[in-house]
Design a protein around this ligand. Structure first.
Ligand SMILES: Nc1ncnc2c1ncn2[C@@H]1O[C@H](COP(=O)(O)OP(=O)(O)OP(=O)(O)O)[C@@H](O)[C@H]1O
Length: 479
């Protein structure tokens, strides 16, 4: 029978796969499952603010997670730990938003009584496509207003704005936005879609899709003999935004399909917006004819933000989250988190979560330094999954390719599981990405590997020693 712990563990596995590791650690790890009765899971959160934060930021994800784990009648209830009344009062600089105080004893805070499982519809099977019934898949918080402009993104942002003002009818077709991870590609390309929808209403059908979803839908469509419906659907879009196009690499059939859709849309003066982690010419295993089309309009890169932009982004993020951060803390973060915007955001979130967990209203610079110590270290250099595979294989004295092969030899399996565990710990990659880099395994294999390693860690001192040696090796390499 499913227990509260078991149900919450399943929820965590899903949640972990849907949000960054940092957010997962900050907001979900401290939660404790309390009770499971009548399809209702009760979880205990550390503070009233915590509950409000979850509701504000993760409501939809929690709803669908609960539905997956407990079924369509599943409900989630919160119980809030007693708030301390003796709040500290000295010179601190993060102020939590002034919200009503939580209850003085644990109490049910919210129930998804109105829950109905979310309909996940495949857009291309909607009969008689009409512009108004297409779900654009846009995240409404990705808007221009929240996208801070700097030298690092000025060209891309201006082109994006010009497109949003005049979709299809501009010289940036397609717009190809590229740059490293966490630099704002998704935010920017979705801002275009959101502005068009806001300014033009149903005049344009807008669709945001990741290249991975596009590929999966295409494969499904072929399997179900619905390839022509798939094509028709995409050819009817007015503004097509495809994110992370580098995932088309090596997928010949998908590339061919996309090539025809691209031509049809372009010919009809429809707007195409693409993003990628690298410039068109640097994407491996993509047909030349597609690469040449990607370069028809404008390719604009997003670079690492300079200090002033990092400062402005931090101020804005804090503001958006309803907190005031003292300028010396902003300076500290802006000086130490240089590689991407996601890390800046992660730092603000971690401070906020810690303030809430410790029940303090404000945080001073010393506390911020200590809270962010580990992140500062890890933000300096990013280790790749490939180098983790190398470290582990070198440690075990085996050939690196072996961990990517299908072999089930015990020593290889063990090395592979450890490398997967370390990849989760030291990189920001999703379980899916990790699985793919280990010979195309799926995310459940990675979850299994991680829990196997964790179990061994807690029962075998030999494994603990081994892991700690490996972790040290990786840490030294990333300093
Ligand atoms: N210029 C900016 N102003 C404000 N927020 C930004 C800016 N650039 C990025 N962000 C924020 O940083 C986070 C990461 O951005 P986003 O997901 O768009 O990056 P990405 O380049 O698509 O990353 P990935 O390649 O890993 O998918 C988002 O929360 C986004 O809002």
């Amino acid at each position: 029978m499913l227990t509260a712990e078991g149900a919450w563990k399943e929820c965590l596995e899903i949640i972990q796969d849907n949000i960054s590791y940092q957010k997962y650690k900050s907001w979900f790890e401290p939660i404790k499952p309390v009770k499971l009765a009548d399809d209702t899971l009760t979880i205990q959160v550390p503070s009233q603010f915590w509950y409000e934060w979850l509701e504000e930021h993760y409501y939809n994800m929690l709803r669908s997670t609960i539905a997956k784990v407990l079924g369509k009648n599943g409900k989630l209830e919160y119980s809030v730990l007693v708030e301390k009344s003796d709040r500290l009062e000295d010179n601190r600089s993060i102020r939590l938003p002034q919200r009503p105080m939580g209850p003085s004893k644990p109490q049910e805070m919210n129930t998804f009584t109105d829950y109905h499982p979310g309909k996940i519809e495949n857009p291309f099977v909607i009969p008689g496509i009409r512009k108004t019934n297409i779900d654009s898949n846009l995240n409404i918080s990705y808007v221009f207003d929240r996208f801070i402009e700097g030298d690092c993104n000025r060209l891309a942002r201006s082109a994006a704005m010009a497109i949003a003002e005049n979709p299809g009818n501009n010289s940036f077709n397609p717009l190809f936005v590229y740059g490293g991870t966490g630099l704002g590609k998704t935010h920017l390309v979705q801002s275009i879609g959101n502005k068009i929808k806001h300014d033009f209403g149903d005049e344009y059908s807008v669709l945001y899709v990741s290249s991975e979803t596009f590929t999966n839908e295409f494969v499904q469509a072929i399997r179900n003999n619905r390839a022509s419906e798939f094509t028709t659907f995409y050819r009817n879009i007015d503004v097509l935004i495809v994110d992370d196009i580098q995932f088309f690499s090596g997928k010949e059939k998908t590339q061919e399909e996309f090539f025809h859709i691209f031509n049809a849309l372009h010919q009809d003066g429809k707007q195409i917006i693409l993003s990628s982690d690298r410039a068109p010419k640097d994407i491996p295993d993509i047909e030349d004819r597609l690469i040449s089309r990607f370069s028809w309009g404008l390719s604009a890169d997003l670079q690492i933000p300079e200090y002033e932009t990092r400062y402005a982004i931090l101020e804005r993020k804090a503001n958006d989250n309803g907190i005031n951060i003292d300028s010396n803390i902003i300076e500290f973060i802006a000086h130490n988190f240089k590689s991407n915007v996601r890390d800046l955001e992660g730092a603000v979130i971690k401070l906020l979560a810690t303030a809430s967990l410790k029940h303090v209203d404000e945080i001073d610079l010393n506390m911020a330094k200590s809270v962010l110590k580990d992140m500062v270290k890890s933000s300096h250099t990013q280790v790749s999954i490939e180098s983790i595979q190398n470290y582990v294989c070198e440690y075990f004295g085996i050939d690196t390719n072996k961990v990517r092969e299908k072999t089930r030899k015990q020593e290889i399996v063990e090395a592979r599981q450890i490398a997967m565990y370390l990849s989760k710990k030291f990189t920001k990659s999703s379980l899916k990405t990790i699985g793919l880099q280990f010979g195309g395994r799926d995310h459940s294999t990675v979850i299994h590997a991680i829990s196997t390693v964790e179990e061994r860690l807690s029962t075998s001192p030999k494994h603990k020693r081994m892991l700690s040696e490996l972790e040290q090796k990786i840490e030294v390499a990333t300093l």
